[in-house]
Design a protein around this ligand. Structure first.
Ligand SMILES: [Zn+2]
Length: 121
């Protein structure tokens, strides 16, 4: 198994496996690339800039390259995000009536915590 030597600011040189190192490479801005690891001795998370030489060394040691910025999660279409029944005019009127009562928040809470679909059927 490959052991990669890295330096913890507190403990000095420590040995890590490739899996213990997170290598983030920014392809548009090399100075934004970095590697990070949890020090096996003091458990502190250490993060250091990775220039091209360091990136090559880590890759040759078996460290997986990850993008510097994780890609944003794919946005789902509105119709795919909500699978409940559509809000209708009666729901809106019920909500209006609920809001005009004095204890509307308690009523809202009770409706939200009970299985309203079952009680409505
Ligand atoms: Zn340490």
């Amino acid at each position: 198994m490959t052991t990669i030597k890295a330096t913890c600011p507190t403990c000095g040189e420590v040995g890590l496996t490739p899996q213990e190192i997170e290598l983030r490479v920014d392809e548009t801005d090399a100075s934004a690339s970095f590697y990070a690891f949890d020090c096996p001795s003091c458990l502190e998370n250490v993060r250091k800039p990775a220039d091209e030489r360091v990136v090559h060394l880590l890759i040759s040691g078996g460290v997986e390259v990850l993008p510097a910025v994780p890609p944003p999660p794919a946005r789902r279409k509105l119709s795919e995000r909500f699978d409940g029944p559509r809000l209708n005019h009666d729901d809106l009127l019920d909500f209006h009536t609920l809001l005009s009562s004095e204890n509307w928040f308690d009523g809202l809470l009770a409706a939200a915590t009970s299985d309203y679909r079952e009680s409505a059927a």
